[in-house]
Design a protein around this ligand. Sequence first.
Ligand SMILES: [Zn+2]
Length: 284
Amino acid sequence: MTFKSFKAIASIFLALAMTASLPAHAVPEQALVPGGIAILALNSYKPNTSVTFDDRKTTIFKHDNAWYALAGIPLKAKPGRYQFKIIQPDGSTLATKVDVKQKKYEEQHLTIKNRRKVNPNEEDMKRISSERERKRAAKNHWTEDYPDIDFIWPVTGPISSIYGLRRFFNEQERNPHNGLDIAAPEGTDIRAPADGTVIEAGDFFFSGNMVYVDHGQGLISLYAHMSRIDVKPGDVLRRGDILGAVGQTGRVTGAHLHFAVMTNGILFDPLYLLPGQQPTAQLQ
Ligand SMILES: [Zn+2]
């Protein structure tokens, strides 16, 4: 065999080996913008090491035998320098800084027929404030388990509203859109995007039928406006398990899934965790 053909064969073997070792998912790409994510590769990670971003706990995850810290960047974050801090079990710390850039989010104007969903009455306000407590508790839920961040789409369909839009309901400004809306017919199954445990499920004034799933290390996903809830708090889900169905309950203009993801209370754009495998997905 000539050296040249040996080299060709060797490179084929190398290519095959690389294909075989390619993970089904890659580590999510970092997006250093408001509503984005910051990711830090941890060269040597030991349990009891704590990693913070902007002095908030991060989500530690393992991917292909390597450890990473994931932080959500708040939608309200100002552009500038932010710090990851690694606090080792022996108390020593390491710090590294990243630059968060600006991102402009568009406006969205929606007309809601049920005016009480935009201007709630006194009775509604009482309900809303008690629900706020439940939402806060779910958002800040913490379990030590390391999450699997290889998310799948909970539902497939056109994206009817992206994350971060400045929202006006009946021409009144409300909170920006903190999730991703995926349009699908009422009754379409909603699947758990990754393993997790249900921590909250119920009927909420604005969100309609809603479920929160804890994936571990502060990574939590939520599903709103469901027609049907098939799970209850404490249920353990595997990726792909059905947790309910798409509906139009709460403050909506039509049937869709409102899907939101947060890490340690910071809601970020779910598209950064989802695989880009939905070629039909587009803003309508
Ligand atoms: Zn939504």
